[in-house]
Design a protein around this ligand. Structure first.
Ligand code: ADP
Ligand code: ZN
Length: 294
C-alpha cells in the first residue's frame, strides 16, 4: 500500500534546508540544516535521511535557478546563482546517487504548487498559479494538470509593471530595477518605507501600494494563463487584510473585462491563501517524492 511507503523530503532554501521523512504524507522525522557549502549541506541532508533508515524515494523542492531540461546532462543542478559556492551544484544527482533511490526535483514554488494541488487549496484544479511574496517574488504556473517548466522555468517575478501613480521608488532588482520583485517583494517594502512589513501594519498607504502592484501582476497573469485560481502566500501576505485588499484592487484592474465566471464578484474563490503556508515547500517535496516513486 502506498501509505506504508516512506519518502524523504528536502526543501532546499538559500538560508536553510528543511529535511523530513514522511510515512505517506505524515512527517515522522525532520530537521533543519543551515545552507553553507554544497558539500556540507548536501552531506548533512543525506546523513540525516540515512540515519533515519531506508526510504522509497526522495523529493527535492529547491531554490533556483535550476536546470529542469530533462534532456540536459546537468538536469537537476542549480545553474548560476549569486549565492556563493552554489553555482553548478548537481543537487539532484548528488542526493540520488548517495541515497540510491528514485528522486525528483523542482523549484521551490513548483514543489509547493504540486503539494497544494494534491492536498491543498488547489486540489483537483487543472490550471492555477501559486505565488509566494517573501524575500523574492516566486510563482509557479500549473497548466493542464502539471507544473509548467518550458525552457527552464518561468520567472514571473521579473515582469514589468505599470507604476502606481505617485510612487517614485526606483526598484531594487539588480537586473531590472523596477520589476515586480524589485517593487513589491519584502525587501522592496523595507527599502521603500524604512522598516520591514511586519512593523508597518498600521500604515494603510504601504498596503494600498503593495496591493496595487500585486493586483497589476495578477491581472497580467490572469490574462496570460487563464488560471482557475490564484494561490497567494508568503511572508508578506501574512499582513492582516492584505489578501482582501488585493482582491478588491484586482477587481478594479480587471475593469469588468471578465473571461470566466470565477472573475466575477469579489474574487473570494479566485484569489485564496495556500493551505500549507510556510510548510508548502516541504509538503511539496513529499509530493515530488511520491511522483518519483511512481
Ligand atoms: P522567504 O521568502 O525567505 O522564504 P518568507 O516567505 O517568510 O521567507 O518571507 C520573508 C519576507 O516577508 C521578509 O521580507 C519579511 O519582511 C516579510 N514578512 C515576514 N512576516 C511578515 C509579516 N507578518 N507581515 C509583513 N511582512 C512580513
Ligand atoms: Zn527583476
Amino acid at each position: 500500500m502506498i501509505t506504508n511507503r516512506h519518502y524523504a523530503a528536502v526543501e532546499a532554501g538559500g538560508t536553510k534546508f528543511r529535511v523530513a521523512v514522511a510515512r505517506g504524507r505524515d512527517i515522522v522525522a525532520d530537521t533543519t540544516i543551515p545552507t553553507t557549502t554544497p558539500d556540507e549541506t548536501l552531506g548533512a541532508t543525506v546523513d540525516f535521511i540515512r540515519e533515519w533508515g531506508t526510504v522509497d524515494a526522495v523529493g527535492i523542492a529547491s531554490f533556483g535557478p535550476l536546470d529542469l531540461d530533462r534532456s540536459s546532462p546537468t538536469y537537476g543542478s542549480i545553474t548560476s546563482t549569486p549565492k556563493p559556492d552554489w553555482s553548478d551544484t548537481p543537487v539532484l544527482a548528488t542526493i540520488r546517487r548517495q541515497l540510491g533511490v528514485p528522486a525528483s526535483i523542482d523549484v521551490d514554488v513548483g514543489g509547493a504548487a504540486l503539494g497544494e494541488w494534491r492536498w491543498g487549496a488547489a486540489h483537483g484544479l487543472d490550471h492555477f498559479i501559486y505565488i509566494t511574496v517573501g524575500t523574492g517574488f516566486g510563482a509557479a504556473v500549473f497548466i493542464d494538470g502539471k507544473v509548467h517548466h518550458g525552457m527552464g522555468h518561468p520567472e514571473m517575478g521579473h515582469i514589468t509593471l505599470e507604476r502606481v501613480p505617485g510612487d517614485d521608488y526606483p526598484g531594487r532588482c539588480p537586473f531590472h530595477g523596477a520589476c515586480l520583485e524589485g517593487m513589491a517583494a519584502g525587501p522592496a517594502i523595507k527599502d521603500r518605507w524604512g522598516a520591514p512589513g511586519a512593523e508597518l501594519t498600521d500604515r494603510a498607504e504601504v498596503w494600498e501600494m503593495e496591493a496595487a502592484y500585486l493586483a497589476r501582476a495578477i491581472r497580467s497573469f490572469t490574462y496570460v494563463a487563464a488560471p482557475e485560481r490564484i494561490l497567494l502566500g508568503g511572508g508578506v501576505m501574512q499582513t492582516e487584510g492584505l489578501l482582501e485588499l488585493v482582491r478588491s484592487k484586482t477587481v478594479q484592474q480587471l475593469a469588468g473585462y471578465v473571461t470566466s465566471d470565477v472573475l466575477r464578484g469579489s474574487l473570494e474563490d479566485y484569489i485564496v491563501a495556500p493551505a500549507f503556508g510556510q510548510d508548502a515547500g516541504l509538503v511539496g517535496a513529499i509530493a515530488l517524492a511520491m511522483s518519483a516513486a511512481g
